[in-house]
Structures are given as C-alpha cells and as structure tokens.
Ligand binder design. Structure first.
Ligand code: PEP
Length: 252
C-alpha cells in the first residue's frame, strides 16, 4: 500500500447525546492511543464541540456526518463548512447511503457538498456503493464508477489529496452481512482505477479508499489486508470503544 494513509473512521449516525459522547470518548482515548493508522470519529453535530475539546492533544480526529453546500444564508436547519472548521472539525462524511435513501441525497448534491467541504477546508469522506439489486444485476462497478466521477466533478488535483472515498455496499450496512474481502478489494480497486483515469496514476496511488459495511473485530483484519482497502468506515462497532480499538489495531 506504499505510503498511503490508512484511516479508520467511526460513523456514530444518530447515536449518543453529548453526555453519552463524553463517556464513550473517555474510553476511546486510551483505547486507540497507540494506533498506527489515522483514527477519526464522525459524530452528530451536537457532539462536535465535546468531541473536539476532549480529543485535543490526542491522536483522534473529529468529523461531522454531513455538511450543507451553501456558504451561509437562509437555509434553516443547515450547517456550513465554515461552521464546522471554525469548531476544529477536520473531516465530514458525505453521501452516506442513509442520506441518499432517506434524505433525497443525489450524486449531484454529493458533488456540491464535496466541493463546499473542500473549499471550506474539510476532508470529505465520500460514500459510494450499490444495493443488493444492483449487485445481482451485475452493475456494481459501472454504478460506483459513475458515483465517483460525479462526486469528484470539478474537484482539483490538489483538492483530491484531502479526499477519502468509502466503498459501502448498501446491503452490508448495519445488516451484519459483510462483503467478502475479495468483493471489497474488487470494488476498492475499481474506485482507484477510475480516480487514476481522472487524475493520473500517482494521485490514484495516494488516495485512501475505505471499506464500510458491518466491519467488526472479527472480519477487520482480513478486509484490511487487501491491497486496495486502506481503512474502514465503521458504524455499529464504532459505538463500542473496545470493538473500535480492535479494528484500529487491525489497520496498524
Ligand atoms: C456505516 O454506516 O457507514 C456502516 C458501515 O455501518 P455498519 O458498520 O454498522 O454496517
């Protein structure tokens, strides 16, 4: 994997009040302090201040779970990239399948959010992946290539250095069903290939591509051993400090 950065990121989803976040982060700090990879926790907006304050001086980086694409203005209920960076937030999850499914996120809004995040100094973790139906129809690679291409439309080669792509087959998210290591490798390699076509070989080699979808302490090592799988986006198992720590160790 040459000198690519391995990143294990937790996606807490709509879990943990600020009070509960405090308790979990207190457990996480000692549990991951010797990590050989980059450790990120993506938390609800209401937990961001707590997370940033508590992780100062530690090896844990903080991310949000979404960002709006406009800079500011009359967008009631939305949060801008500047609001996040001002707090000390570094990463942001964009285009998670739950947002695509439940909140009308499209490839176009994913692209707008990605560009806004990068312009505001955030590192986007862009989620792509197929449904079970699409996998069975044999269109996985074609679909993922299109998701990546549209997400990165207008992103400069310099900005790409701050982009992470997460391959998350929808049928594996929160289901306890994991892609096999070979399935994960196949699509992560396809993502690197399309990025290579767009930005060149060197940029593709430097890109961190994560796998996400029921990654857990038992299957992490095998998935992460694959040459094009550079880390993981972890839902359920990121809510338990001991489980998350085992996955972090597997990426070391
Ligand atoms: C996710 O939500 O990004 C995810 C991978 O969830 P889980 O690990 O619970 O499948």
């Amino acid at each position: 994997k040459q000198n690519r950065k391995a990143i294990i990121a937790g996606n807490w989803k709509m879990n943990k009040t600020a009070t509960e976040a405090k308790a979990l982060i207190s457990e996480l700090i000692p549990a991951v302090k010797d990590a050989g990879c980059e450790v990120v926790i993506c938390v609800p907006f209401t937990d961001l201040v707590t997370a940033v304050e508590m992780t100062k001086g530690t090896n844990i980086h903080v991310g949000a779970e979404n960002v709006h694409f406009e800079k500011s203005g009359a967008f009631t209920g939305e949060i801008s990239a500047d609001m996040l960076t001002d707090l000390g937030v570094e990463y942001v999850v964009i285009g998670h399948s739950e947002r695509r499914q439940y909140f009308a996120e499209t490839n176009e809004t994913v692209n707008k959010r990605t560009k806004a995040a990068l312009a505001g100094g955030l590192k986007p973790i862009i989620c792509v992946g197929e449904s079970l139906d699409q996998r069975e129809q044999g269109v996985t690679e074609e679909l993922v290539r299109m998701q990546v291409k549209i997400a990165l439309n207008g992103v400069t080669a310099d900005e790409l250095k701050n982009v992470v792509i997460a391959y998350e087959p929808i049928w594996a998210i929160g289901t306890g069903k994991t892609a096999t290591a070979d399935q994960a490798e196949e699509v992560c390699a396809a993502i690197r290939k399309v990025v290579g076509e767009l930005y060149g070989e060197d940029a593709a080699k430097a890109l961190t591509v994560q796998y996400g979808g029921s990654m857990n302490p038992k299957n992490a090592e095998e998935l992460l051993s694959k040459p094009d799988v550079d880390g993981g986006l972890i839902g359920g198992a990121s809510l338990k400090a001991d489980q998350f720590a085992v996955i972090v160790d597997a990426a070391t």
